[in-house]
Write a protein that binds this ligand. Structure first.
Ligand SMILES: Cc1cc2nc3c(=O)[nH]c(=O)nc-3n(C[C@H](O)[C@H](O)[C@H](O)COP(=O)(O)O)c2cc1C
Length: 269
């Protein structure tokens, strides 16, 4: 017989089940002290490589500054609407300064350190996301951070060895979107060794996404349907790498830009 599920696990399970990305917000501020408390607790609740804590979080609440950030996030309207934007940075600048002040050998200006700091920042961001949601706040990540990394770093005055890796808007939800499905466990949980999916496995694992995702994008309105049809898109997979969503040439272009930004910031000496 399975042991009873502890209250805390039940509460955590409910919290995770209630997750939705929120893109519409009430016109109501979030308490700065609450945000700071959640962030401090989130770092305590996140493992951190070597406990070096090579992260920084930059809060943007000033409407004018949010308006500028909005442009850098490809004009996503939620940046203007939500009262707060959190930018999570991979940051070895502070650690390197500490090393220098203590006459220790310098390190953490290399590709490995980029990953160490970036993983810490990403782990912290997701702990914070769940913690904020546990207070009833809504969040939505912005992947546009990666595409505009250099410009966002410059605008937020990040020093060398400090780059934004992700951002999220935070605020009080003004929508209750439906839960989005995920790939089933069988698609990505492996026993002992990697099990390559057969063509039939792929069909089975993506079946639900292909129906729900397709319906979701088609239901965005006649303009979207027109664009999809004009590009000859007839499946969710085709939509994903079309010019509307994640176009390969845009990813290639922005990958080259990313490499340049990382080099300039001192992570690719
Ligand atoms: C790293 C990352 C970047 C994301 N970037 C964006 C974004 O730029 N704009 C947006 O509207 N949603 C963004 N999302 C939210 C995803 O679209 C969302 O998590 C996904 O569709 C699943 O929906 P759910 O979070 O409501 O379950 C991002 C999510 C992650 C994890």
């Amino acid at each position: 017989m399975q042991p009873p599920i502890p209250e805390s696990a039940q509460a955590f399970s409910r919290l995770m089940q209630s997750h939705r990305s929120i893109r519409q917000y009430e016109d109501r501020p979030v308490d700065a002290a609450l945000i700071d408390q959640v962030l401090v607790e989130s770092l305590a609740g996140s493992s951190s490589s070597g406990n070096l804590n090579m992260v920084s979080v930059i809060k943007t609440a000033d409407p004018e500054r949010k308006a500028h950030l909005c442009e850098l996030h490809f004009g996503q309207p939620m940046v203007l609407q939500a009262p707060l934007v959190l930018t999570f940075c991979a940051d070895s600048f502070r650690t390197r300064q500490w090393l220098a002040q203590r006459e220790a050998r310098l390190n953490f200006g290399n590709l490995l350190s980029w990953h160490v700091a970036a993983f810490d920042a990403i782990i912290l961001s997701q702990t914070a996301a769940l913690a904020l949601e546990s207070h009833g706040l809504g969040v939505c990540y912005m992947g546009t951070t990666l595409h505009s990394m250099g410009a966002i770093a410059a605008y937020l005055e990040c020093p060398d060895h400090c780059l934004p890796v992700t951002s999220m808007v935070v605020g009080w939800p003004a929508e209750t979107p439906a839960q989005r499905d995920r790939l089933p466990g069988g698609a990505w949980i492996h026993e002992e060794r990697y099990q390559r999916p057969s063509a039939e496995d792929i069909d089975r694992h993506f079946e639900s996404r292909e129906v729900k995702g397709w319906d979701r994008y088609r239901s965005m309105g006649p303009e979207m349907i027109e664009r999809m049809d004009a590009l000859g898109i007839s499946s969710l997979a085709q939509y994903y790498t079309s010019d509307i969503k994640y176009a390969p040439h845009v990813f290639e272009r922005d990958s080259a830009a990313l490499r340049e930004v990382m080099e300039k910031a001192g992570f690719l000496p």
